[in-house]
Design a protein around this ligand. Structure first.
Ligand SMILES: NC(=O)c1ccc[n+]([C@@H]2O[C@H](COP(=O)([O-])OP(=O)(O)OC[C@H]3O[C@@H](n4cnc5c(N)ncnc54)[C@H](OP(=O)(O)O)[C@@H]3O)[C@@H](O)[C@H]2O)c1
Length: 334
């Protein structure tokens, strides 16, 4: 037997999640029997989408009940094995075994790695969901060109920061919003985007965007939804194109599926709104990871993580990520 600890939902959050909404529980994991192995997680991902099943609202993500354990992406090392293809010491990447110290598996749904191409944490971020999403939105949906202006909301987060850089590499002019002056400075000074603004202190976003893009925005990559999406629709050019990736501004609300109040603008300006998600791009994951890994290795892409330590810190990491405490990707080291 191995004792593992896992994070569970104690209460359905009302509004922003609090520590009281989570519990950390010890569970006994049996010694692996034939065809099984035990993985000890090293890093796990902290993601906005996890708030959706906690909400109790119907959607793609199955609704979670109080008492259920959280799930999410993780990378770990095989520590005990009775499986011929999963020897002790190899790495296991999973999309659904995070939020616990260790777990038993038969290998279904896991990716085995003998060696890593970089720090293990990359595999729950740039070389995982984040990379596939950013690549899909930029290279698959928007395909920004020189001469075009792209607005990115949530620009200093995991997806947003990669999107900004991929768009710059393609030659577009990039404007981003983020929630602190430190994030704005990082976006301009280290990521080299053209304009960045702290949406919490900037006042009316429509005026700000009109100042930065008097002719209007050609493209938008939206991580935020809500007021930000509404302001952007009002600021887009006729025939503009928006890739809708997420709507984190709504995730703590009682209807995260709500649309923009000025939806008719889409008709008036012939704006192309294109919702997308990482799913259809996963078959290209190998190609995407080698492209992004190459950019990282050559110094053409900056990747930043905000790292919290240990399973006990995981609930606060989630709460803080939802409130904007992360720059780049929020991960927990286990
Ligand atoms: N479609 C897909 O397949 C897919 C895949 C991954 C992620 N996503 C979506 O992409 C978005 C970003 O995900 P991520 O993993 O990269 O997270 P992230 O941006 O690294 O972290 C979340 C950030 O959201 C910002 N935020 C929180 N509340 C906000 C609000 N009310 N208004 C504006 N910004 C707010 C915070 O930054 P500030 O300090 O800037 O407020 C926070 O740091 C999310 O909407 C997520 O659901 C979609």
């Amino acid at each position: 037997m191995t004792t593992s600890r896992e994070v569970r939902l104690a209460h359905r959050p009302v509004g922003a999640p609090t520590l009281a909404d989570f519990s950390i529980v010890s569970v006994e994991t049996p010694t692996p029997s034939a065809g099984q192995f035990l993985v000890r997680n090293q890093y796990m991902s902290v993601d906005p989408y996890m708030r959706l099943p906690m909400s109790g609202q119907d959607g793609v993500h199955a609704v979670m009940d109080a008492g259920q354990a959280l799930t999410g992406a993780s990378i770990g090392i095989v520590e005990q094995s009775a499986h011929p293809d999963w020897p002790v010491g190899c790495w296991a990447v999973s999309g659904s075994h995070g939020w616990r110290d260790s777990y038993l598996s038969d290998g279904k749904g896991l990716t085995r790695l003998e060696t890593l191409a970089g720090p293990a944490s990359l595999y729950v971020g740039l070389l995982g969901l984040i990379g596939v999403t950013a690549f899909g939105g930029v290279e698959g949906v928007l395909k920004p060109q020189p001469g075009q202006t792209l607005f990115v909301s949530g620009a200093a987060g995991a997806v947003g920061s990669v999107v900004c850089q991929l768009a710059k590499i393609r030659g577009a002019r990039v404007i981003g919003t983020a929630g602190s002056d430190e994030k704005v400075a990082w976006l301009k000074d280290e990521l080299g985007i053209d304009e960045a603004v702290n949406y919490r202190t900037a006042g009316d976003l429509r005026s700000v965007l009109k100042t930065f893009a008097p002719e209007g925005l050609d493209l938008m990559f939206d991580n935020v939804g809500g007021d930000t999406l509404e302001a952007t629709l009002d600021t887009m050019k006729f025939g503009g194109h928006a890739a809708l990736c997420g709507a984190i501004a709504l995730y703590n609300s009682d209807n995260y599926r709500a649309g923009p109040a000025n939806f008719f603008t889409v008709i008036e300006k012939c704006i192309r709104l294109e919702g997308f998600n990482a799913g259809p791009y996963y078959p290209r994951a190998g190609e995407i990871f080698s492209f992004l890994g190459g950019l990282l290795e050559s110094g053409k892409l900056v990747w930043r993580e905000t790292v919290r330590e240990g399973i006990d810190a995981a609930p606060q990491a989630f709460i803080d990520m939802m409130a904007g405490a992360n720059i780049g990707k929020m991960v927990v080291r286990l």
